[in-house]
Design a protein around this ligand. Sequence first.
Ligand SMILES: [Zn+2]
Length: 446
Amino acid sequence: MLLVFFVSFSEIELYAQRPEVRDANISAMVTEVSSNNLEQLVKKLVSFQTRHTLSDTLSKTTGIGAARTWIKSEFEKYSSASGGRLQVSYDTFTQPADGRRILSPVTLKNVIAILPGTDPNDKRIIMVSGHYDSRVTDVMNVKDFAPGANDDASGTAAVMEMCRIMSKQKFSATLIFVAMVGEEQGLYGATNLAKRAKEEGWNVHLLLNNDIVGNSYGMETDIKDNKSVRVFSEGVSPVETPAQAAARQSAGTDNDGKARQAARYIKEVAERYVDQLEVKLIYRRDRFLRGGDHTPFSQQGFAAVRITEMNEDFNRQHQDVRTENGFKFGDLPEYIDYNYLQKVTRMNLSVMSNLGLSAQEPENVIVQTSGLTNKTALKWDAPKGKKPVGYYVLMRETTSPFWERKFFVKETSATLAYSKDNFYFGVQSVDEDGHESLVITPKPGR
Ligand SMILES: [Zn+2]
């Protein structure tokens, strides 16, 4: 639990401790997430028999073509309910052969729904994704039943249920809901979309990638845990320049990259809005030696994290559906914990809403280095667009994974009687309803 202090003027005064406040509008959306809807979405995705990226595109009832047509038509229903504000399209591209998992060039389609932001001065884009393709044991098997209920109909269903609820509301930032293709063949849908985002100058502030989010049972360990979820984040951007690396090493901010700051934000906001949910921050890019659709976005310089269930069941993932010695293998919908999937969807929704409604983050945040001092002086500029009511200056011990103290200031500067040698700091905007921006790591300056 973070302790919150109010600060006035540029020196610190202890004012009061602030209770956790939920925005009633966000709480109403969180409540609207339905485990029954999620179950129907997962079962419908499974009904296409296989959603293998290279499977049939002509049938109306089976294969990846039927699956993407249905996902798009669902997004279009939500668009009608939103008065047409939600913009639905295919992100279509030709994937060349890779000599490995794509044997000849193929046309692939991500399915995208864009909810434009209401503030023209707010250029932020917040994305949520799951991948709709599936596979069995042989990654080139395009024919056999590949239900992919958990991997990753669960993430796709989460994205669709969020889109249904959130597209009826208005957000300052632009929200993008994506069902990715080609994940199992080599992250191709995400790679294409991340490149497009970079080329078209999308200001992606955060990608929440949901992959394998519906199972609450750990194979072998026999752990049943419906209240923990993992968020994977990398500390250092894979595209930092030598100059940025030198600045990071000098300031010791290895643990304060964009994705990691976002992960701390996700934990704080999600635990505020979702009861009986503990967000476990895993400080690495992904599970050991494995990958996902967030990484192509990191590789284009965007903040991107992976959300995955706490305990995995490998008798379900990437398995031919079969029975051996009386044991049923396969990624089937009866093994999904829909109340758990509901919590994970609520977590995503609360984070995306809080960020989408917030003022933008402070600009040019610097920690002043003009003289040697045992205090820490920070200053910044107000964001463009909606004005925040103030800012939180966040502080933690160098050994702490999480922010430990939070100081509220109305001005665009703060001097704390704590040394920058011994603590890490961050600054975020907060509006009158308590929505916080992402946290900015200060750069040294004068
Ligand atoms: Zn997956």
